[in-house]
Design a protein around this ligand. Structure first.
Ligand SMILES: Nc1nc2c(c(=O)[nH]1)N[C@H]1C(S)=C(S)[C@@H](COP(=O)(O)OP(=O)(O)OC[C@H]3O[C@@H](n4cnc5c(=O)[nH]c(N)nc54)[C@H](O)[C@@H]3O)O[C@H]1N2
Ligand SMILES: Nc1nc2c(c(=O)[nH]1)N[C@H]1C(S)=C(S)[C@@H](COP(=O)(O)OP(=O)(O)OC[C@H]3O[C@@H](n4cnc5c(=O)[nH]c(N)nc54)[C@H](O)[C@@H]3O)O[C@H]1N2
Ligand code: SF4
Ligand SMILES: [Mo]
Length: 678
């Protein structure tokens, strides 16, 4: 490894943009991270978070060696141990648990803190398959929406974002793209400049993205399906449809045409809070502009009815035939194009056909108390459930269980790690070999180590190798190198888009584009091969087969006045960076945005501290009073670390009800009361 130089890298964070990076190294240390100007999509621009990455990489609190707990769970008192002791403590405890309770008493709990495919869903899957541990259903992020999209379109296939440069109308629907998909915003702004494209933002909060729009449409939370159905009502009534496309490439359009007659704009306006004339204006702009593009965000699918929202909105471009126009259509997620060989990478065969129970990660709190056989050990990596999981107080109470053996592998002593019996230090992505597949653009990228491991830290892949040895597993699957694993994953005849991509190509070029082609003319992976405006699959699963507005679950509405929307913020990535000085300084402090009318009634002044509470818990925030949210709605941003002393563990207030589809999370469907802090 060279001790100085500039090296191509890829951003490992859970962000659709998956930027190409140039990492500058001097005397063995990374001194600067910048965008790679040669990357075809991200073109040298990166966000502020990652521009300040060195502050996180070399933060004085980064974990340097394994530790064992010496204080009470949650206190954060630990002492240094060796890797040998750590691995033997874990594996001997697991061997005992397997003897007494069976392997399903062990629960892996992970998410995409590092999006690398070997790191996040490679060697770990091999290990836990071989162990026969309980399975984890990774539902916390986008599953409700991707399930809804799949009913309509057959899988995670949208348009090529590079084509959106041709779009004349951008609808950012429930996505705070300035913070969460900045290169889609860059494309929209370029299209606005070059061909006068218009940008519409539909959101419950006029945040940075709303402020940049040509037209911001505020909407009441959880009512977006009704708005989309109202648009369809007008599109059919005004004949702003592409009948040829509907006939060739969809099923059920005539049923849909009849069905949407009930969603007349007056009724839709009452549901959504969007004025009747705006519903007409929106539908007509959408029906008359081509190419038009909808970027479907994650926000509205974090509701009780989130699956149906995405299902419904994804029908719009079919009605107007936009899918066949370059730059027309939608993106919810594009991971389908870059799907790799998970059978070879994750080795489900190591389970030997045993059926293990699968636990929905959104129900962690319940799972820690109510299962039989009980969960006796939790192995956490790439996620911080004490902060990010819903019903946080329940989760933290579960983590306090004296008889629960908890291991946390992370770069920092996170809130979750404070409850661990054993803490293991993790390398950053710049210390590993891995491959990355964006869920927005169409490039696969390779990361090779730029620096040596920090302190005694180890990658996920390496730790699972050690754990496998400690358990006495001698399968060759645990001896393979990262390069072997990447080769296996890319060898995937099931995905023709990957045909020309292999490990050697990635070593040479760092990023390679999947061989994508437009969706139409063509066949979709739905049962009919067409866009399913009417879905028999949905009917079988107990959903209305046509897009339908279903109101949110009443979350103690009588008692709590406000719909509570606690989303991510600009300078953190979920809870990542919430413990790094630089990023905290940039973000300043967590606030509660509320409407002036509401604040006046409650006697709350701008800048005052407020208590936000409900049946699940309470948090303290600083009120920010303005007109950027509708009355009855309060918004806060960011998943702040408790260590910062903000009393802002927002997930103390969020419900662990699951969404209508896929067992998804409903972070934004909770209600709260707000009062001046006394
Ligand atoms: N800076 C930054 N970038 C990130 C992240 C981060 O934490 N910080 N997180 C990453 C991850 S894991 C994800 S999943 C994505 C998420 O990124 P996005 O897709 O942008 O999703 P959210 O920010 O959760 O919510 C988007 C918007 O939905 C709005 N919203 C909430 N409820 C409703 C509703 O009912 N209707 C409508 N129309 N709008 C609603 C919120 O006000 C918010 O502006 O971002 C990724 N990128
Ligand atoms: N209230 C509310 N809650 C939410 C959301 C919301 O909008 N509102 N968003 C939800 C969404 S969309 C998501 S995706 C989840 C995300 O939640 P998480 O998946 O928990 O994401 P992070 O909080 O970023 O935590 C990732 C952790 O992984 C660690 N890590 C990074 N790289 C590695 C590695 O290589 N190995 C190991 N072992 N660890 C590593 C990081 O240091 C960090 O502590 O949060 C959800 N929670
Ligand atoms: S977090 Fe997103 S925008 Fe920032 S560098 Fe990484 S991929 Fe790019
Ligand atoms: Mo997410």
């Amino acid at each position: 490894m060279q001790s100085s130089g500039v090296f191509r890298s890829v951003c490992s964070l859970d962000c659709p943009d998956q930027c190409g990076l140039l990492v500058h190294k001097e005397d063995g240390r990374i001194v600067k991270v910048e965008g790679d100007p040669d990357h075809p999509v991200t073109k040298g621009n990166i966000c502020n978070k990652v521009r300040h990455m060195t502050e996180r990489l070399y933060d004085e609190n980064r974990l340097k060696y394994p530790m064992k707990r010496t204080g009470r769970k949650g206190d954060g008192k630990f002492e240094r141990i060796s890797w040998e002791e750590a691995i033997s403590t874990i594996t001997s405890r697991w061997k005992d648990l397997i003897q007494t309770y069976g392997p399903e008493s062990i629960l892996p709990y992970s998410f995409y803190g590092n999006m690398g495919n070997l790191t996040a869903e490679g060697m770990d899957r091999r290990f836990f398959n071989r162990l026969g541990a309980s399975g984890l259903d990774r539902t916390i992020c986008s599953v409700a929406g991707s399930t809804g999209y799949k009913y309509t379109m057959g899988g995670s296939f949208g348009i090529d974002p590079e084509d959106t440069i041709h779009s004349k109308l951008f609808i950012f629907w429930g996505i705070n793209a300035v913070s969460t998909n900045m290169h889609q915003v860059a494309l929209a702004q370029k299209a606005r400049k070059q061909n006068g494209a218009k940008i519409i933002v539909i959101d419950v909060h006029k945040n940075q993205t709303g402020k940049l729009a040509d037209w911001f449409i505020p909407i009441l939370p959880g009512t977006d399906s009704a708005l989309a159905l109202g648009m369809m009502h007008i599109l059919f009534k005004d004949h702003l449809i592409d009948q040829d496309f509907l006939e060739k490439y969809t099923v059920g359009w005539k049923e849909l045409r009849e069905h949407v007659k009930q969603y007349d704009p007056a009724k839709v306006s009452e549901i959504t809070g969007v004025p009747v004339e705006d519903i007409y204006k929106l539908a007509r702009m959408y029906g008359e502009t081509s190419p038009s593009f909808i970027r479907i965000g994650n926000g509205p699918q974090h509701h009780d009815n989130g699956g149906m929202f995405v299902r419904t909105v994804s029908c719009l471009p079919a009605i107007t035939g936009q899918w066949k126009v370059k730059g027309g259509g939608a993106i919810k997620g594009n991971s389908g194009y870059l799907s790799h060989n998970t059978v070879k990478l994750q080795r489900p065969d190591l389970l030997k056909n045993k059926a293990t129970r699968v636990i929905n990660m959104n129900l962690l709190g319940d799972a820690l108390f109510s299962l039989d056989p009980p969960i006796q050990s939790l192995y956490v990596y790439g996620t911080n459930p004490a902060v990010v999981a819903p019903e946080g107080n329940k989760v933290r109470k579960g983590l306090e269980r004296e008889d629960l053996f908890v291991v946390v592998h992370d770069l920092f002593l996170t809130e979750t790690a404070k409850y661990a019996d054993i803490v293991l230090p993790a390398t950053s992505s710049y210390e590993n070999t891995d491959f990355y597949t964006s869920y927005w653009h169409h490039y696969i990228q390779l990361q090779q180590p730029v620096i040596s491991p920090f302190g005694e830290s180890k990658s996920n892949v390496e730790v699972f190798r050690l754990l496998a040895r400690g358990m006495g597993f001698n399968d060759s699957a645990f001896e393979e190198t990262e390069a072997d694993m990447i080769r296996q994953a890319l060898d995937h005849p099931g995905n023709p888009y990957l045909e020309e991509i292999d490990f050697e190509g990635l070593v040479e070029h760092h990023y390679l584009k999947a061989k994508v082609k437009p969706l139409f003319p063509g066949e979709l992976p739905t049962p009919s091969g067409k866009i399913e405006l009417y879905s028999s699959q949905m009917k079988q699963a107990g959903h209305p087969p046509l897009p339908t507005y279903i109101p949110l679950v009443e979350d103690d509405a009588e008692k709590h006045l406000y719909q509570f929307i606690p989303g991510p913020n600009h300078n953190f990535l979920n809870s990542t960076f919430s413990n790094n000085e630089k990023h905290i300084t940039l973000e300043k402090e967590p606030r509660l945005f509320m409407n002036r009318e509401d604040a006046e009634i409650a006697g709350i002044l701008d800048g005052e501290k407020v208590l936000v509470w409900n049946q699940r818990g309470e948090v303290v925030l600083k009120a920010s009073v303005d007109e950027n949210v509708l009355p009855g709605v309060v918004v806060t941003q960011g998943l702040w670390a408790d260590t910062v002393g903000t009393q802002q563990l927002v997930n103390s207030l969020t419900p662990d009800r699951v969404a209508d589809m896929g067992g998804g999370a409903t972070f934004f469907s909770g209600r709260v009361s707000v009062e001046k802090l006394r």
